[in-house]
Design a binder for this molecule. Structure first.
Ligand SMILES: *Cc1c(COP(=O)(O)O)cnc(C)c1O
Length: 384
């Protein structure tokens, strides 16, 4: 079979940004003409709009998602709620940034296998990771699926754990839990949440950008100061801080897209529904559909196929014009930078998922009709 040119790209950011071009040009000119290139009204306006979107009182724009996570940990350190060596439970099957941030703050990541169906941290995982030194968890809302339920809430409360959310992939997602956390926005469920506006995220800047969201005013002030050299007012440094500020030009770009968050997420949901309805190949395991349409914002649509077949499956799709990706091919604990660290329990599921997962196109350059066509191509995969 002759290879076809790529008809279904994994993600074409040019296409994804097309409908925003005019508004982004205008917003960029506003910043250029303002003469204010660090901080100022553009960033303040972003902070207000981001907080409102998450129904949280505080949002602080920062340099990127990794720094957002790191600033939360550093913030709790300067406030005396965390100290060097404290343990933080984290799912092992996350993007490495989650784990790097814990380590950068001098804390100890305790890696645990996720739940097989949701691929997220579960109460069983937390139970496996708990020790006398556990002070918190990172609830990673992987692939856009909210990692939260009443069992997790109970175990965190019972053990007085800080709940830090890695909401980098989950902007606009909402908890499907009944009761206290009903419909809470991802990033505003726990004590503090970290967001990323990396260009490929559901809401992407034109470069690096991130945000911290929290209900805790004291933490918000600490994060704001830490991100700006530890300065609470001009030339007055209360902490030995960092430079992790959000650029006004990126704040302006994000502000163009932020009002469309629910719309772009609903479009992703429609593509996920199309995949779910139409993929019926016996060798392909589909992701769990969410309990509510907003519990998952489908940053990725990740299917699984057995280890020995994955390369062949991807090659078949590529020959039929479908570009795919792998999130993620090597788990963080198997990366060369962590080769010397052996202090983790066996992580068989994380290691198996890394060999079986395939991400299908689901971003703004993929239509619902594309998803149906891709499903038909998958169903014709000859090797069962
Ligand atoms: C993208 C991402 C990050 C890091 O965000 P950056 O803005 O790239 O630093 C952290 N965690 C997860 C789960 C991510 O997907």
């Amino acid at each position: 079979m002759p290879g076809q040119p790529i008809k279904y790209p994994f993600l074409d950011l040019g296409t994804a940004n097309e409908s925003y071009m005019a508004a982004m040009r205008e917003a960029a000119m506003r910043v250029i003409n303002s003469g204010r290139y660090i901080g100022g009204e553009e960033v303040e306006a972003f902070n207000r709009e981001m907080a409102a979107m998450c129904d949280a009182p505080h949002a602080i724009g920062v340099s990127n998602g990794l720094d957002a996570l790191r600033l939360i940990f550093e913030g709790y350190k300067v406030l005396g709620k965390l100290s060097v060596g404290d343990e933080i439970i984290v799912p092992a099957n996350t993007y490495i940034a989650t784990i790097l941030a814990i380590g950068h703050a001098g804390l100890t990541p305790v890696l645990v296998d996720p739940d097989q169906r949701t691929m997220n941290l579960s109460v069983e995982g937390i139970q496996r990771g708990l020790s006398q030194r556990t002070r918190g968890i990172v609830a990673v809302h992987l692939f856009g699926r909210v990692c939260w339920d009443n069992d997790i809430a109970r175990i965190c409360r019972a053990n007085d754990l800080l709940v830090i959310e890695d909401a980098a992939q989950a902007i606009g997602a909402r908890a499907a839990t009944e009761g206290l956390f009903r419909s809470r926005a991802a990033g505003a469920i726990g004590h503090a949440g970290a967001f990323s506006f990396y260009p490929t995220k559901n809401v992407g800047a034109l470069g690096d950008a991130g945000a911290v969201v929290t209900h805790d005013e004291v933490l918000a002030d600490a994060v704001k100061a830490l991100a700006n050299y530890g300065s609470d007012r001009r030339y007055h440094n209360i902490y030995a801080g960092f430079n992790c500020r959000l650029d006004p030009i990126q704040a302006a770009m994000i502000r163009v897209k932020l009002p469309d968050t629910d719309k772009v997420n609903a479009e992703r949901f429609a593509r996920a529904v199309a995949y779910d309805r139409h993929i019926s190949h016996p060798a392909v395991i589909k992701p769990l559909m969410p309990a509510t349409p907003t519990q998952c914002v489908w940053h990725q649509y990740v299917v699984r196929i057995s280890d020995g077949r994955r390369d062949d499956f991807r090659e078949y799709l590529r020959k039929n014009g479908v570009e795919t990706d792998i999130h993620y091919p090597t788990p963080p604990h198997m990366q060369p930078c962590y080769a010397a660290e052996t202090a983790h329990a066996p992580l068989p599921l994380t290691e198996r998922l890394a060999k079986e997962v395939v991400s299908l196109p689901i971003g703004a350059s993929t239509s619902e009709a594309d998803a149906r066509e891709i499903a038909a191509i998958i169903n014709n995969y000859p090797n069962i």
